[in-house]
Structure formats: C-alpha cells, structure tokens
Design a protein around this ligand. Structure first.
Ligand code: ADP
Ligand code: TRP
Length: 331
C-alpha cells in the first residue's frame, strides 16, 4: 500500500483557493483504497510566522475542523497535529546535521525574504528566524519519517519535496536503504482560483472568500467580486469571469453547461452572483454546519487528534530507531 502525506499550515482561515487547490484533491486521494492517507496540521511550521497564542489555537482547530467537516475519516487515515509527534523533531535535528547551509540558502522562502530585504535596502537577514531558514528540513522530516510515497502539494512546494528526496538519497547512500524516496503530486488540472479582485485568491492579497463563511456574509462577499460594466443583456465570456470560475467549483456539470449558455446569451452580474451564491450555499451548508459544531466542541477535536498522534507515533518509531541505530546513537 502506498502512503500519501500532506500538511497544511495554520496561518489563516481556509479559503476557497486552499479548498480547490489542496484539500479537495487530497480528499479524493484519501478515498482511494490503495493509498494510506497521512494528513496533518503543520503547526510548528506556522510558528515561523504566527506568534499570537489565541490565533495559533483557533487556526489549528480551524484546519482540523475543515478536514473533518469535508469528510476525512480519521479511522481510515492518520490525522494529527505535527507538534504532538516529537519523533518528527528528533528526525529534523538529525537531518539538519546532513543538510548543507548552501542548500538552505537556495530554498525559495528564505531567498524571497532576502530579496525583499535587499529591495528595501535592509540587512539581507533582517526578520529571518532560523525556523524559516531551516523550514525545508522540518518538512523533509515530516515526509521521510512516514516513508511517504506521494506528497500532494501546490507548485510552490515542489522545491521542498525535492530537498526531501535529496536528503533521503544522501542518507541511503551512506547508511544503506533507509528512507523511501517521495514523489510530489501537483494537480495540473486544478485551476488557480481567482479572488474577489480577480488576482489569485491568497491571504497575502486579502482577496479571499473563507470556505465556511456564514451565509449572509458569504452573499455580501460574493457581491463584492469585481465585474466589468457590461449591461445585463450583453454576451459575457464565461472563461474570463471570476463568478463563472467559482461557479464551476460548486455546481453540477449540467448546471455549469447551462450557466455557460446564459453567460454567452447575456446575464446580469447581480443574477449571476445570486446563482453562484445559491450553488455554493447548497454545497457548503452541511460541511459548514459540521465545521461549526467541531469549532464549538474543540474537546472532540482534541480527542481525534490525540488518537491520530498515537497512530502516527506508532508508525514513526521503528524508522526513527533504525536511523538512530545506523548513526550509532542507539545500540
Ligand atoms: P495563501 O496563498 O492564501 O497563503 P497557502 O500558500 O497557505 O495559501 O496555500 C495552501 C495550499 O492551497 C497550497 O497547496 C496552495 O497551492 C493552495 N492554494 C492557495 N491559493 C490557491 C488558489 N488561489 N488556487 C488554487 N490553489 C490555491
Ligand atoms: N510547507 C507546506 C505549505 O506551506 C506545508 C507542509 C509542511 C507540508 N510539511 C509538509 C506539505 C509535508 C506537504 C508535506 O503549504
């Protein structure tokens, strides 16, 4: 059985882009009986930027509740919070002793921070903590500790999976076959979901639509989507419209085809947005209810995560012990 592993950082409220680009494809993989899903909340990765304890707690629970509300079955997967599995951090130290500093210098999150500082005329390393610098080592540890075969990620994370491969290959060469070599899975077919202003939906652009936004707020947000000034009866290009792009994520194939025709024949923006709202609300009503129930019963989330951490630790320990033996740290 192949292992599929991915993590999501609790750095913001889950938005429609995260759902379509990351969570939906991972949930589809989790339904494949030939794969063992290992999904987690990457809270220690978030610590490189999230410093408010209340925010950390809320966002971490938010990610957990999102997975469960959308149908991840914790009895058919290993579902945990990264910080509950100390073996990951032990391996992370070990791997950091095998990671050259030059490799980390080239990692894109660090490079981007340095570029921003240079452009602003600041010291290159200003505001860069060691956690951000060694971020790829912790991510390699997440991946390698569970002998992951497949790692579904967004395009921006490919380099990190490649670093994990590189570290695994180096270790295996020196100490014999130990780690599996992971492959990344990037859903080329997944569209980049546009945000309210038409740019890529992203926390960084503050143009997001939270996945579980309460329905009246959702309606208001959808009304804010930027549209052109064409009149209701003028034909509109569906492939050039944020409203249509979002509609496609939530409506049935039949309704999408109908909506395409209506765009081409001319539809008022107000009406198109109203149709979008109804399609989204229908699709999200049940998961939103579950999400809210979990968020007001975080003790239940804790129980699920606790059990998940136990499973994760049981799975991780043999490999960590093998690594330590090979290093002469244990008999
Ligand atoms: P953000 O850009 O809001 O900071 P993240 O970088 O935390 O989002 O993304 C988490 C996951 O969601 C990644 O796998 C990423 O590829 C996916 N994702 C984020 N925004 C979008 C989008 N607009 N369209 C499709 N996928 C997205
Ligand atoms: N770095 C990933 C992101 O920013 C999150 C992550 C942490 C992850 N560890 C992982 C993803 C291991 C896949 C596998 O989106």
């Amino acid at each position: 059985m192949k292992t599929v592993l991915t993590g999501i950082k609790p750095t913001g409220k889950v938005h429609l882009g995260n759902y379509s680009g990351a969570i939906k494809p991972a949930l589809n993989l989790a339904r494949d009986n030939k794969l063992e899903p290992i999904y987690f909340i990457a809270d220690y990765h978030a610590l490189t930027s999230v410093r408010d304890p209340e925010e950390m707690r809320e966002l971490s629970y938010g990610i957990a509740a999102t997975w469960l509300a959308l149908g991840l079955d914790p009895s058919k997967s290993i579902f945990y919070r990264q910080s509950d599995v100390p073996e990951i951090f032990e391996l992370s130290w070990i791997l950091s002793c095998f990671s050259s500093k030059g490799l980390m210098n080239r990692a894109h999150a660090y490079k981007a921070a340095v570029d921003r500082n240079n452009e602003a005329g600041r010291e290159p390393d200003e505001g860069v903590n060691i956690g951000l610098f060694t971020y790829p080592v912790l991510m390699a540890s997440d991946i390698l500790l569970f002998k992951s075969d497949l790692v579904p990620v967004g395009k921006d994370q490919i380099q990190h999976v490649e670093i994990a491969r590189h570290l695994a290959e180096g270790f295996n060469k020196q100490y014999g076959e130990t780690f599996s070599i992971p492959d990344y899975v990037v859903e080329e077919a997944t569209a980049i979901i546009p945000g309210l202003d038409g740019r890529k939906m992203s926390k960084s652009y503050q143009n997001t639509i939270p996945l579980f936004e309460e329905s009246t707020k959702l309606r208001k947000l959808l009304n804010r989507i930027k549209t052109d000034s064409s009149l209701p009866n003028e034909p509109k290009n569906p492939d050039d419209s944020v409203v249509f792009a979002l509609y496609q994520e939530f409506a049935s194939d039949k309704d999408i085809a109908r909506m395409r025709e209506r765009f081409e024949n001319g539809i008022g923006w107000g009406e198109a947005k109203s149709e979008l709202y109804h399609a989204m609300n229908l699709f999200l009503e049940e998961p939103r209810r579950k999400y809210n129930t979990y968020m007001s019963h975080t003790d239940e989330l804790e129980l699920v995560l606790e059990k998940g951490a136990e499973k994760a630790r049981d799975k991780a320990r043999p490999l960590l012990n093998e690594v330590k033996r090979k290093l002469g740290i244990r008999m």
